[in-house]
Design a protein around this ligand. Structure first.
Ligand SMILES: Cc1cc2nc3c(=O)[nH]c(=O)nc-3n(C[C@H](O)[C@H](O)[C@H](O)COP(=O)(O)O)c2cc1C
Length: 294
């Protein structure tokens, strides 16, 4: 299989799991060896533990999933303690990528610095698509100048390759250019799309927070268009995320200009999907990376 190099990091194949859909690996341990994948992205961690949003948190649509999890996680301190004591990632034989978010700008800087010192972590995915408490709850990537400033500060402190995950709700091309200008190693296109579910019988919103993140096969053409648009505008490596349900889908993202592909929602339906995608790419591409379309 063709390798992919991002910064100093080598991926044995271009298939990764997507943050938040794979937890910290536990539910998938029975299905495949993590070493078969190019990498795994862990659930986003915040400085303090988060309980997440009240139920319901998931809502299925004919070809997609709405989620309102609210970044439930154990918090960085607890994670750090556990990982330093147990050092589990060195056994996984794949690139383990830690995903971080915060309530304020400085959280990204502090957590990137601390994540760089953790044993067995290969890279950091900075999740800028979460709300900035001090800016009235808009996401950190709502303004281009904030993207540049935050990523630049992170780059000063992080000693591991940094990937920046953006939200599709804002100017993705403009933001990707800022991520490139701030010298991050890659940009992840993208987090979930903004969706809404209404219960017509109860005449009420399904989720307590009304809006939710939309993912799964329904978003693939949107994500593909975004990856292609960004690939035309930057030379920074792109990690695609959005609706991959098959090996063919992953190949389409590579042809659109992505270097790596993350798999999320559809692994809930087919837990072995990431491995099946690797097998498909191995058969159809062998050692030759597909050339992106012009
Ligand atoms: C239940 C659920 C939880 C998620 N949690 C996170 C998260 O913690 N951090 C993050 O960056 N993205 C999170 N995402 C977004 C996914 O990582 C992915 O970018 C998105 O779902 C699109 O890919 P997919 O269509 O393959 O799922 C979550 C998605 C789902 C469905």
């Amino acid at each position: 299989m063709f390798e992919t190099k991002i910064g100093s990091l080598i991926f044995k194949n271009p298939v990764l799991t997507a943050s938040g859909t794979w937890g910290m690996g536990e539910p998938f341990a029975d299905f495949y060896e993590y070493g078969l994948l190019g990498g795994v992205v862990l659930k986003t961690l915040t400085p303090s533990p988060r309980k997440g949003n009240p139920p319901p948190r998931l809502y299925e649509t004919p070809a997609g999933l709405l989620n309102s999890i609210g970044l439930e996680n154990e918090g960085f301190d607890a994670f750090e303690r556990r990982i330093c004591e147990e050092n589990p990632f060195s056994l996984w034989k794949t690139n383990v990528i830690v995903s971080i978010a915060g309530d304020e700008e400085e959280d990204f800087v502090r957590l990137s610095e601390r994540a760089s010192r953790l044993p067995g972590i290969a890279a950091i995915e900075v999740n800028l698509s979460c709300p900035n408490v001090h800016a009235g709850g808009v996401t950190f990537d709502a303004r281009k100048e904030d993207v540049y400033r935050i990523v630049s500060k992170v780059m000063e402190k992080a000693s591991l390759p940094v990937f920046v995950k953006l939200s599709p709700q804002h100017d993705l091309v403009g933001n990707a250019k800022e991520v490139e200008r701030a010298k991050a190693c890659a940009v992840t296109i993208s987090n979930t799309f903004l969706g809404l579910a209404i219960d017509s019988q109860k005449k009420s919103f399904v989720f307590a927070r009304k809006f939710a993140g939309f993912s799964g096969p329904a978003v693939k053409p949107l994500a593909l268009a975004n990856v292609y648009r960004v690939a035309q505008a930057v030379s920074l490596p792109i990690i695609a995320s959005g609706g991959v349900a098959s090996g063919e889908d992953a190949l389409e993202f590579l042809l659109a200009g992505a270097s790596l592909v993350e798999i999320g929602t559809m692994a809930f339906v087919k837990p072995r999907l990431p491995v099946e995608v690797v097998e498909f790419l191995e058969k159809s591409c062998g050692n030759v990376r597909p050339t992106p379309l012009p």
